[in-house]
Design a protein around this ligand. Structure first.
Ligand SMILES: Nc1nc2c(ncn2[C@@H]2O[C@H](COP(=O)(O)OP(=O)(O)OP(=O)(O)O)[C@@H](O)[C@H]2O)c(=O)[nH]1
Ligand SMILES: [Mg+2]
Length: 606
């Protein structure tokens, strides 16, 4: 049988996992010497490339000194923490990557904790030692402290450390002495991560991940932990509710290099494989022997922490840019997504045009929206809401760990902003004129905070957070957003009118853009909403000045990213998304109707 090692690469977001996988693939001579393959090869889907982040974990393999190393690259953003936790079930050991400048961050702690709980042996990779002012030694000390606080056992605490720069393409035993490649790391992997002993017996393979293709549908991925499996075998799929379904393995794949390779040979315990032909399966199901099924314990998929309304587009401009605009198309697409997007849930509402979509956070939901708009969908989004639960008769809300790094001078401001949002400071540390501030904060308080923080710190703040637990409701937040400037007529925005209204606030639109009644075209300097008319041309009597219209000095508009817009909108507002445009709007477009509705709630609009 083949000598196989399965390793997962885990880290906080952006600490260099995917860059390191590139280097390992090069080392494994997966490419011809003159082949141009580019960077971040595994971040293969369009959104991953555009944003430079990993969204889905991926399996690849290299052969080194006669050993097959299966590598699982994982996403580092906290919205995808559940995915990491699951795929760790396929690993025999982990490479914990830590940025030598930033040190361990909240997601480092989370992924490390999960790896330690599964009794996996860690190899610590101190990456980015090329960065000026980085501190590799202190980073290792901090990782050691972190492991102690997470109850690592003696064997785990005796972890090897490898230093290097994935970007420059080297890993070595000493950060001061760059090597030529990453072979040192691969040697450490072979020395440290030993092939596990697998018990004898009939087939057991827990489904821990899935792949999806529009041709073949869902593909089950997992590690065989007992016995063997072969294409054509009849197997039992043991489900979490205790039921058992028979299935025939139509096709069996192993991971070879960057691809899945079909095999007719049996795959034995210790190897990761992908199965085609299971009619219906869920993550956590065990594929086991046809006649004597012995299921493994199941694994759970993360609970959603946030929900958002997805509605069909009913703005005055609907259907101008999208291919798919009906609520039926929207509904079908959302439910289809749940087949492959594990932490996502969709529910119908009492309106046929609106659906509640539950996800792991702003990024998780926004990636779905971006994907849909590329496919040609038009839709509208409501304000994201955190999920409130009743636990032991008490109203509870999600609370997160938050860590912010800023130059010392801004620390006071940051603490003020976070405390206003019911955050509590847990720890303050200062090094090299930068403060590292740790908080606990309700997820509610985080919505919209990034922008405020960046403005207050002149763009210097680096923040990251991750869900920790549901805790009793912390009370109303001490924050209020400014009101909206709302178009009261449909038409083209005239530079002259925008110019005249500049002292009312900041605009979100360019002069000349088409706007509709009820569209949010800017932010008021004050707390209330006001209706404004930007479609008004200059009076004709003023003929002489008419030609000078282009010369008016208008401040450039504020343009939001989708995530910023999601964090910005208020309860009575929505985001309209089409393949080409994003507009903010009031749910009620007509000013009179809006005023009536507001008056019933005791709010005034000018
Ligand atoms: N200076 C420096 N930059 C690096 C190094 N390794 C990676 N980077 C950069 O850090 C950024 C993030 O790298 P990725 O490999 O995408 O990080 P990741 O851990 O896969 O990120 P996620 O998958 O989104 O969690 C990229 O811009 C890399 O070029 C390094 O050794 N030194
Ligand atoms: Mg990555």
């Amino acid at each position: 049988m083949e000598d196989i090692r399965n390793i997962a690469i885990i880290a906080h977001v952006d600490h260099g996992k995917t860059t390191l996988v590139d280097r390992i693939l090069y080392q494994g001579k997966l490419f011809r010497d003159n082949q141009k393959v580019g960077e971040l090869i595994l971040d293969s889907n369009e959104l991953e490339r555009e944003r430079g982040i990993t969204i889905l974990s991926k399996n690849v393999s290299v052969r080194y000194k006669g050993v097959k190393i299966n590598i699982i690259d994982t996403p580092g953003h906290s919205d995808f923490g559940g995915e990491v936790e699951r795929v760790l079930n396929m690993a025999d050991g982990v490479l914990l990557i830590v940025d030598a400048f930033e040190g361990p961050m909240p997601q480092t702690r989370f992924v490390l904790q999960k790896a330690l709980e599964l009794k996996l042996k860690p190899i610590v990779v101190v990456n980015k030692v090329d960065k000026p002012n980085c501190n590799p030694e202190e980073t290792v000390e901090k990782v050691f402290e972190l492991m102690c606080s997470l109850d690592a056992d003696d064997d785990q605490l005796d972890f090897p450390v490898v230093y290097g720069s994935a970007k420059q393409g080297w890993m070595g035993p000493d950060y001061k002495t760059p090597t030529n490649d990453v072979s040192h790391l691969l040697d450490v992997i072979l020395d440290t991560i030993k092939p596990q002993e697998y018990p004898e017996g009939s087939l057991q393979m827990r489904i821990t991940s899935l792949d999806y293709s529009s041709y073949t549908g869902r593909i089950a991925i997992g590690k065989v932990t007992r016995g063997s499996i072969k294409a054509g075998d009849v197997v039992s799929v043991a489900k979490s509710d205790g039921s058992i379904i028979k299935a025939t393995i139509k096709e069996l794949y192993r991971f070879e290099g960057l691809a899945k390779e079909k095999t007719k040979e049996p795959v034995y315990a210790g190897e990761i494989c992908a199965l085609l032909g299971l009619e219906s399966f869920d993550i956590g199901d065990t594929v086991c022997d046809n006649l004597e099924p012995e299921p493994l314990s199941t694994i759970k998929v993360d609970e959603p922490t946030m929900s958002m309304i997805f509605a069909s587009n009913d703005s005055p401009f609907f259907g101008r840019e999208g291919k798919y605009v009906t609520s039926r198309q929207l509904r079908d697409r959302l439910y289809k997504e749940t087949e492959k997007n594990l932490a996502l849930r969709v529910e119908d509402t009492d309106s046929a045009d609106k659906f509640t979509v539950y996800g792991r956070g702003i990024l998780h939901l926004s990636i779905l929206v971006e994907t849909m708009r590329r496919e040609g969908f038009e839709l509208q989004l409501g304000q994201p809401r955190v999920i409130i639960k009743e636990i032991n008769g008490q109203k509870c809300e999600p609370v997160e760990e938050l860590s912010i790094q800023v130059p010392d001078d801004f620390a006071g401001k940051v603490i003020e902003i976070v405390t206003q949002r019911k955050g509590e400071i847990v720890n303050i540390e200062s090094r090299n004129d930068r403060s590292n501030l740790d908080f606990r904060i309700p997820s509610r308080g985080l919505i919209g905070m990034r922008n405020v923080l960046l403005t207050a710190t002149e763009g210097e703040a680096v923040m990251s957070h991750r869900f920790d637990a549901f805790e009793p409701w912390k009370g109303e937040l001490g924050i209020r957003r400014n009101g909206s400037l709302i178009a009261i007529e449909t038409g083209q925005a005239i530079p002259y009118s925008i110019d005249k209204l500049q002292d009312r606030g900041k605009f979100f639109i360019y002069p000349g853009e088409e706007v509709y009644e009820g569209q949010i075209i800017g932010e008021n300097t004050r707390y209330n909403d006001i209706g404004v008319n930007v479609t008004k041309t200059k009076k004709l009597s003023n003929v002489r000045a008419a030609g000078s219209d282009e010369k008016v000095q208008i401040a450039p508009p504020v343009r939001f990213s989708l995530e910023e817009a999601m964090e910005y909108i208020a309860e009575d507002e929505m985001i309209e998304i089409t393949p080409k445009s994003m507009r903010l709007r009031k749910i009620i477009l007509n000013q009179l109707e809006r005023k009536r509705a507001a008056r019933e709630k005791g709010i005034e609009e000018e």
